[in-house]
Ligand binder design. Structure first.
Ligand code: UT7
Length: 325
């Protein structure tokens, strides 16, 4: 297989900051509860007229600039999102039009918080097969539009944002190994029940608040720890590497305690973990994309480093990717 790597990264975060103290005024919660149970201190909230694609486009432009590539040379655009602008057309085609990436094939994928790693691995396969050369992958979410702002068990957790990366053949280094897993039997643990073909929008679905995120956090917590540890272990084993050789571990940012528990199972030093959950909360597919961008731009990840992306989300879906940067 030819070497394929990430040649540019970008991010976009809405300006508006919503702190835990702001949330104390909305629901019966406290900064202390949110920080100790999740590690989150604040999150970003998109403007009312700012849709997922608007954020995706800005992150994509930043990634293209970083990769020193013009939009016309992009062959493939994959957007991972669970909060698209609308049912269809896809966010990816909206991004394609805005960027004038005329040559690119564009589509969305739905793999919730694992979406960015799923998109990366899909792009890798297309490039490896020789079908396409340059791919733009984006994790973009406006989760504030799916959150019930009266439900303290979910509204404190999520935020908005977008991250992007350009994936292309590289001469040296690149993706070493990947691992993906799915288990649809746990689909009921995290979902937005209505708005699809099962429960189309109606007065009843609105009255019952079925268009908002419903989550059984406790159950998910345990599965997330197990699956994230397993995914990273399997990808590292496939790469012929151990945790000692990992320079930067970039996990999905759902809960600081999940990340630390998974790292403990992996026997991974905590100083190798990249975390930004305190600033942004859980942005689903955008979390890993933004964390990767920030870890590279802050030089936390340097040339030659071994980087592990490790994700878990609704579906249930999970995965990991080992990259030599
Ligand atoms: O993105 C990928 C998928 N997502 C996840 O993997 C998320 C996994 N789950 C979690 O991160 C955690 O389960 C949560 C952060 C969601 C919840 O933390 P927890 O430690 O599991 O709390 P809990 O749900 O067991 O609730 C403990 C208590 C309850 O009160 P009682 O019944 O013990 O009296 C809740 O009502 O905390 C209460 N509680 C709150 N209190 C203050 C729940 N939410 C809040 C809140 N503020 N925001």
């Amino acid at each position: 297989m030819k070497s394929i790597g990430i040649v540019g990264v970008g991010k976009y975060l809405p300006k508006k900051v919503l702190t835990n103290h702001d949330l104390e005024k909305l629901v019966d919660t406290s900064d202390e509860w949110i920080v100790t149970r999740t590690g989150i201190r604040e999150r970003r909230i998109a403007e009312k007229n700012e849709a997922t694609s608007d954020m995706a486009i800005k992150a994509a432009e930043a990634a293209l600039k970083d990769a020193k590539l013009k939009a016309e040379s992009i062959d493939l655009i994959i957007v991972a999102t669970i909060s698209p602008d609308m049912q269809f057309p896809s966010v990816a085609t909206i991004v394609q039009a805005a960027l004038k990436a005329h040559k690119a094939v564009a589509f969305d994928i739905s793999a919730a918080c694992a979406g960015f790693v799923y998109a990366l691995i899909i792009a890798q396969q297309f490039i490896a097969s020789g079908k396409y050369k340059n791919a733009l992958i984006i994790g973009a979410e406006k989760l504030s539009s799916l959150v019930d702002w009266t439900d303290r068990s979910t509204c404190v957790l999520f935020g908005d944002g977008a991250g992007a990366a350009v994936v292309a053949p590289v001469k040296r280094n690149g993706i070493i190994s990947t691992y993906l897993g799915s288990d649809g039997t746990g689909g009921n643990l995290l979902m937005v029940p209505a708005g699809g073909s099962r429960l189309p929008s109606s007065h009843d679905t609105i009255n019952k608040k079925l268009h908002f995120v419903k989550m059984q956090g406790n159950e998910l917590f345990k599965i997330a720890v197990k699956c994230m540890a397993e995914a990273a272990n399997k990808a590292l084993k496939q790469a012929g590497l151990g945790c000692k050789e990992v320079d930067c571990f970039i996990p999905h940012q759902a809960n600081e305690r999940i990340i630390l528990a998974a790292a403990k199972r992996l026997n991974l030093d905590t100083d190798k973990i990249f975390m930004n959950i305190d600033k942004y909360g859980n942005m689903s597919s955008a979390s890993t994309a933004i964390a990767l961008c920030e870890s590279v731009k802050s030089k936390r990840v340097k040339k030659g480093d071994i980087v592990v992306l490790d994700v878990f989300g609704a579906g249930l879906v999970w995965g990991a990717c080992v990259i030599k940067w």
